[in-house]
Design a protein around this ligand. Structure first.
Ligand code: GDP
Length: 370
């Protein structure tokens, strides 16, 4: 039963990703796969079941939550006769649509090329099939090799361009050296942009979609008389395709060079604990887990709505919130605060805590000024 819960949560996320990419989900299929079938990934009975559903309901896309090999994707397309994509395809597509800066666009293009390279043969056979197949001789090894070379050259060019762009942003970051830097990190869609907007009164795009923020946004903010820089980085997500993690490493540089981290959590999400873990693992892999961290548990309003019985009195609800805060305090390192970016509850507390942390950093950095 527990397996089913996690499977459903993964599929919720996949459905949300699909929606972000512009697709509406009509049905879900699950199968416990201990040893993926080499032909279809799923069993052939399940493939048949999906085919029948697709035929009966005018479906034009099937998305797999797990990565398919090029030949599995091809076999499934042959069988089901609609477009088949996997989670990696979907995420790449969304990234491509949301990339704004030259750096983000180059990173996406690079990831797409890297994804394409091992799949070139599949593409050729695909084409051959679409043209009818009869009498058309398939391309030989030579053509595939030529294509591989073109894609490899393209990859090299993109890598070079990315290196140049990274150098430029490094210089830009160096020039901001005198400021204390605060970086927002957290799972995607937890409310990082919203909080940044509340704290800086700026206008960063907020969307109830995954990956609304692909590029790092940096804002200069002043609390009291202390100016500091606030940055928002790309959202973290489970099962992010490996090559994407690689190509987005540079986006995380901002996090590496920050003085203080604000780890934002969506308290109303059923698996927020697992999301915290994903983020913590990423932070550890960047070697930044030692930086001072303020954990902000956001969407407190939604948490109340979802998990509190209407029959409870306000003071009973407050007591429950207090209990939760104490248990979170015990469980997680760093300072914690529970807020709602929506209703602005506790935002002043958040501001005060952050001010305190910034002040400490100022004193460390400029002891003679104190
Ligand atoms: P990001 O991906 O972490 O930057 O998340 P966003 O700031 O874009 O917010 C994602 C979605 O959650 C948006 O629809 C926000 O309006 C919504 N949201 C953010 N904070 C809160 C909150 O405190 N309460 C509620 N109910 N919704 C929120």
């Amino acid at each position: 039963e527990e397996d089913e819960v996690t499977a459903n949560e993964y599929l919720d996320e996949l459905e949300f990703l699909a929606l972000t990419a512009g697709a509406t989900t009509k049905a879900r299929f699950t199968q416990k796969v201990n040893h993926p079938d080499s032909k279809y990934f799923i069993g052939s009975g399940k493939a048949q079941e999906i085919k029948e559903y697709v035929d009966a309901h005018d479906i034009d896309l099937v998305i797999f939550d797990d990565d398919l090999s090029p030949s599995q994707a091809q076999n499934l397309e042959r069988k089901i006769k609609v477009k088949i994509i996997d989670r990696s395809n979907l995420i790449l597509d969304i990234f491509a649509n949301h990339a704004q800066s030259a750096q983000a666009r180059t990173q996406v293009e690079l990831a797409q090329m890297q994804y394409l390279l091992p799949r070139l043969r599949g593409l050729w056979t695909h084409l051959e099939r679409q043209q009818g197949g009869i009498g058309t001789r398939g391309p030989g090894e030579k053509e595939i090799e030529t294509d591989r070379r073109i894609v490899r050259d393209k990859i090299k060019k993109l890598q070079d361009r990315l290196e140049k762009l990274e150098l430029q942003s490094e210089t830009r970051r160096k020039n901001r050296g005198q400021y204390i830097r605060v970086a927002f990190v957290g799972y995607t869609n937890v409310g990082k942009s919203s909080l940044m907007n509340r704290l800086s009164k700026s206008d960063v795009l907020e969307e109830n979609k995954l990956f609304a923020t692909l590029d790092t946004t940096v804002r200069k903010v002043v609390f009291g008389r202390m100016p500091f820089l606030m940055s928002d980085t790309v959202g973290f997500i489970r099962k992010l395709p490996h090559h994407l993690v690689e190509s987005f490493k540079s986006t995380l540089e901002e996090t590496k060079e920050s003085d203080i981290l604000i780890h934002v959590v969506d308290l109303s999400h059923p698996s927020y604990e697992e999301q915290i873990e994903t983020v913590q693992q990423t932070l550890a892999s960047l070697g930044v887990e030692q930086k001072p961290i303020l954990m902000v548990f956001n969407k407190l309003d939604l948490y109340r709505k979802k998990f509190f019985d209407d029959l409870l009195t306000e003071s009973e609800k407050d007591a429950l919130v207090n209990e939760l805060r104490e248990s979170l305090d015990k469980k997680y390192e760093g300072q914690i605060v529970m807020v709602s970016a929506r209703t602005k509850e506790n935002l002043q507390t958040l501001r005060d805590m952050l001010s305190g942390m910034i002040e400490t950093k100022y004193k460390e950095r400029y002891p003679y000024k104190a």
